[in-house]
Design a protein around this ligand. Structure first.
Ligand SMILES: *Cc1c(COP(=O)(O)O)cnc(C)c1O
Length: 432
């Protein structure tokens, strides 16, 4: 039996309808920006393998570091024990983060990093509550504020603060209540600020994807207006949680998207690009204000959260190697070049399709996106599948979100490779 029939027999793939989905592509190896299948085809990985890869695939520097670490210490329980990669990574990350963070909490992926952030913020208010209230599990504040169209992950807390969409539909009556607001515009900003003020004394935390809503369709919003929202939230002492799982590590043109916004978060969530896209790892960093609520003799105020693989030494080592490469390969310079190429291609798209065939060509840093004006603006729009199939026939891997086509390439993409990506995209659009 060949590999694909065995896959069909044994495996259930994520985010994949189990009827009428194309067969998966069997990838044998990957190097730099390219994926190689078992039939001699190669594909330019224009979405960084679900937004994680930043230095290119199978990077020998990261591989070597992981190998050496695996021969030294592959894993150790992280309660009561510690190790060098975890300490070094925390020490190196903290000064890079946008804001005054004092502690790093490790977990395994993006969803756990937001789940940890939410629990950390909610328990902060519980820890500060009068003793009688704590007995009933009642905190002085227990509501979360989030954006419509947001995505923070697939576990239950993360789903609860995400947009109510086709992703969460089966669980709606089990998700906790959240106050949702739109992302800010010049028109709605006053009413959003009013909502924050009116609910301020109940709101424990505000979670947001800074400047780009990723899975919601690469929707971008304004940094100055976001700053006004953060100001309103911080005046009410609401804990601000920046979910930079997707935007972190250069994606938006700066190391973190929060750098574009004057006011900084109290908690930040990182994953995807953290290890250069090699190993699963999540980070939730918090300020001293949050941390101090847990520094007490009352053992019940402990943060009772952890995962078997918390701070896995191999993953921490990969993250350290990725940070090394950011410097050694002058990665942020390449990020700026890709950002410029994206801006130019967004203009090309606008000029090439003056009618309404495509809409809202936009870019921020290494992310470029636009909508194909056909059918509904939803994830299940089948235009995406058509674009994916056509692009793969031309050796480019695009994976649109419904009718939203986007580029999110690894930063190692060369000028020639970028040209191929943009010309294949134009050809596909013109031939429709
Ligand atoms: C992908 C993503 C997550 C979830 O991360 P996983 O590692 O897939 O669990 C959370 N937040 C944002 C903004 C993301 O893009």
């Amino acid at each position: 039996m060949n590999w694909l029939s065995k896959d069909k027999q044994y495996i259930w793939h994520p985010f994949t309808p189990q009827k009428e989905s194309p067969w998966p592509v069997f990838i044998e190896k990957a190097r730099g920006s390219w994926l190689y299948d078992d039939r001699g085809n190669r594909y330019l990985d224009a979405i960084s393998s679900w937004w994680v890869n930043i230095h290119g695939h199978s990077h020998p520097y990261i591989a070597e570091k992981i190998y050496q670490q695996a021969l030294t210490l592959e894993h150790i329980i992280f309660a009561g024990f510690t190790h060098r990669p975890a300490i070094e990574l925390a020490e190196r990350l903290l000064p890079l983060l946008p804001g005054k963070f004092s502690k790093i909490f490790y977990s395994d992926n993006g969803s756990t990093s937001t789940e940890v952030a939410l629990k950390m913020a909610l328990q902060y208010w519980w820890n500060l509550s009068p003793a009688d209230n704590r007995g009933n599990g009642k905190a002085v504040r227990n509501k979360i504020l989030a954006f419509n169209n947001s995505y923070h992950g697939d576990t239950f807390g993360a789903m609860s603060v995400s947009d109510r969409s086709v992703f969460t539909m089966a669980f709606h009556d089990l998700l906790f209540e959240v106050i949702f607001i739109d992302t800010p515009t010049a028109e709605n900003i006053d009413s959003l600020i009013r909502t924050i003020r009116d609910n301020g004394d109940q709101l424990a935390a505000f979670i947001y994807e800074p400047l780009v809503q990723g899975a919601g369709g690469m929707k971008m919003y304004d940094a100055v207006l976001m700053n006004e929202l953060l100001q309103a939230a911080q005046q009410q002492e609401i804990i601000c949680i920046a979910d930079e799982v997707m935007t972190g590590f250069g994606r938006t043109g700066r190391l973190f998207a929060s750098e574009y916004i004057s006011l900084k978060p109290d908690i930040i969530c990182l994953s995807k690009g953290l290890t250069g896209g090699t190993m699963p790892l999540g980070v939730t960093a918090c300020t001293d204000r949050i941390y101090q609520a847990y520094v007490t003799e009352d053992k019940r105020k402990t943060f009772f959260h952890g995962h078997s693989f918390t701070a896995n030494p191999l993953a921490c080592t990969a993250a350290l190697a990725s940070l090394d490469l950011m410097e050694m390969e002058n990665t942020m310079q390449r990020v700026r070049e890709i950002s410029a190429a994206n801006q130019e291609f967004a203009r090309t798209l606008q000029n090439s399709f003056p009618g309404n065939q495509i809409a809202a060509a936009r870019s921020l840093g290494t992310i470029l996106a636009f909508e194909i004006s056909q059918g509904e603006n939803v994830y299940l729009n089948q235009v995406g599948l058509e674009v994916m199939t056509k692009s793969m026939d031309r050796n480019v891997y695009l994976r649109p979100l419904g009718n939203t086509v986007y580029f999110m390439p690894p930063y190692c993409i060369s000028d020639d490779e970028y040209d191929k990506l943009s010309s294949v995209t134009l050809d596909i659009l013109k031939s429709r």
